[in-house]
Design a protein around this ligand. Structure first.
Ligand SMILES: C[S@@+](CC[C@H](N)C(=O)[O-])C[C@H]1O[C@@H](n2cnc3c(N)ncnc32)[C@H](O)[C@@H]1O
Length: 301
């Protein structure tokens, strides 16, 4: 563990002294793909675990610049340990993973940037494992030690399937696993690994958000009770019940019809601008007389 983000050894043994951006002051300043509904649900479920006396370490596979790790770190209780595992600026273990890293992360990601972001919100770094997540299968995370595992590293089938087994071994009996990108068009391997875990390895789905799958190998009904102990709809979320092959599963999403104030509150850049445009468009089309509505439609398209 290094507590000093001001310099970091790079993979070629040199020291990285490049400029970091100014420290983030809110989670929204940290680049990443961790949106409001998942921020709320992580916070809610982690807090409920502590309130229910479920103790255990926290583990994140794939941290990027720290957006989800920073939030998880806020829920660490005395005596619990937080471990993150990421390649950061080291080599990927195979060709496909190398391509994935080059396409999505290499331009922005360094361990030093992760550490600087994390230390803008917390006094101490988590335990950092800078390596492929496959190294965690060596037992360095004690079996049955974690209450919450977030799997968000490689999105390739073989890696995710391995990461799910790491999570399974690491979790306490009623622990929770969260699996990212279980249904994105560009990540079919994640979908395959996630539903394989359900149908072959006994993972019980509890909640699905647009980006993440929440499940347990423990008491699914207890987690569902915790989920439903909050009035999500009153806060502008959509909550729907589904039945999947004997499992009762809830879908949770921000309700876009509820207005722009909370829609993907974490979204930055193009996403946020698009949402703002769509909210303005909706409002304009609702309020204006038809002749003006046509003009607005033309202007906004
Ligand atoms: C989608 S990002 C994580 C996003 C982060 N959880 C957040 O919410 O902002 C995926 C991360 O996984 C890391 N990664 C990709 N393949 C990996 C592997 N085989 N082992 C460890 N980390 C890997 C990448 O370096 C990247 O930081």
């Amino acid at each position: 563990m290094s507590a000093d983000p001001s310099s970091t050894s790079t993979t070629d043994g040199t020291t990285d002294t490049s400029e970091l951006p100014p420290p983030p002051s809110s989670l929204d300043d940290v680049p990443g793909w961790f949106w409001r509904v998942d921020q709320e649900l992580f916070g809610w479920l982690l807090a409920r675990q502590s309130a229910n006396g479920i103790k255990g370490d926290l583990l994140e596979l794939g941290s990027y610049l720290g957006r989800s790790a920073i939030l998880m770190g806020r829920h660490l209780q005395a005596g619990e340990r937080f471990t993150v595992c990421d390649l950061f600026d080291s080599e990927a273990p195979d060709e496909d993973n190398t391509a994935e890293m080059a396409m999505s992360y290499r331009k922005t990601l360094t361990r030093r940037a992760f550490e600087a972001n994390y230390l803008a919100f917390h006094d101490e770094l988590p335990q950092v494992v800078q390596a492929p997540t496959s190294v965690l299968a060596d037992g360095r995370i004690p079996a049955g030690s974690c209450r919450f595992v977030h799997v968000d590293a490689s999105h390739l089938y073989e890696h995710v399937a391995g990461d799910i087994q790491v999570a399974r071994a690491a979790l306490v009996p009623d622990g929770l696993v969260v699996l990212d990108d279980y249904r994105s068009p560009h990540t079919p391997g994640v979908s395959a690994a996630v539903w394989e875990a359900v149908y072959v390895h006994g993972l019980k789905p509890v909640c699905l958000t647009p980006e993440k799958f929440y499940g347990t190998w423990g008491d699914q009904e207890a987690v569902t009770r915790d989920l439903l102990a909050r009035d999500w709809r009153a806060e502008g979320f959509r909550l729907d019940e589904e039945h999947i092959n004997g499992h009762t599963v809830h879908r949770l999403a921000w309700d876009d019809q509820a207005g722009p104030s909370g829609s993907r509150a974490g979204a930055t850049g193009a996403g946020a601008a698009r949402q703002q445009r769509s909210a303005v468009r909706r409002l304009a089309l609702d309020l204006l007389p038809p002749v003006l509505t046509r003009a607005v439609r033309r202007a906004l398209h």
